[in-house]
Design a protein around this ligand. Structure first.
Ligand SMILES: [Ca+2]
Ligand SMILES: [Ca+2]
Length: 220
């Protein structure tokens, strides 16, 4: 029988899952940020040139924990890449709205993708530009050989428990362009971060799993 204390344990376990939720985090620096005012398309891409040498990492905070490290100048190594494409609209001197796609690719072609929605703040006079957005569909895809790992230039982590699941997440982007979205720009050093958390439904299911375990333990 399910006692009140069993339910309390299960609820507490569910709450602790909710409080320590980040499953995966990532961070990249010195992407090539560009904006085309005609198409109102912003993009940020990995690059390795005299002007910009992108670097970054993607980390798993669950299971066997690990970090796929993309050392500065990684672009050109296998399939490793970063691509952000955002449609920009409702543009003012100090703000804009945006939606689009974020895609991170590991060395052998596996991806972490999301569609994001959010808004930009643009601060005069320097044109510091801050994007904050959210996603409800972060997904890992194990392309090509099923190697079940997200591989950096150095280091990797298991995606065996992450594929075929959908995560909520948050994305930030920061760069500096004095004209904001008032005109074209290209080759602007762009930084981006993101975190993934289980969807609320997944937390409930995890909590029920804990409850089921507690019930089974009582029966044994
Ligand atoms: Ca693969
Ligand atoms: Ca891989």
């Amino acid at each position: 029988m399910i006692t009140r204390s069993t339910i309390a344990i299960a609820l507490a376990a569910g709450c602790s899952l909710a409080a320590a939720d980040t499953v995966v985090s990532y961070s990249y620096t010195d992407l090539n940020g560009s904006y085309d005012s005609l198409s109102q398309l912003f993009s940020a891409s990995a690059e390795n040139s005299a002007d910009l040498a992108s670097g970054g990492d993607v980390s798993s905070l669950i299971g066997d924990k690990g970090t796929a490290q993309f050392d500065t100048g990684f672009f050109g190594l296998g399939n490793a890449d970063v691509s952000i494409q955002l449609e920009i609209f409702n543009i003012t001197a100090s703000s804009a709205d945006a939606n689009g796609i974020v895609s991170l690719t590991d060395v052998d072609g596996d991806t972490l993708t999301a569609s994001v929605q959010g808004s930009w703040d643009i601060l005069a006079p320097f044109g510091f530009m801050f994007f904050s957005g959210t996603s409800s569909d972060f997904e890992f895809t194990d392309n090509g050989d099923t190697d079940a790992r997200f591989d950096g230039a150095n280091g990797s982590f298991s995606i065996a428990e992450l594929v075929d699941r959908v995560f909520d997440g948050a994305v930030s982007i920061i760069l500096q362009s004095p004209g904001g979205f008032g005109g074209d720009f290209d080759g602007v050093s762009t930084q981006t971060d993101g975190i993934l958390i289980p969807t609320p439904g997944a937390v409930v299911i995890a909590g029920m799993g804990v409850m089921g375990m507690a019930i089974r333990r009582r029966r044994n």
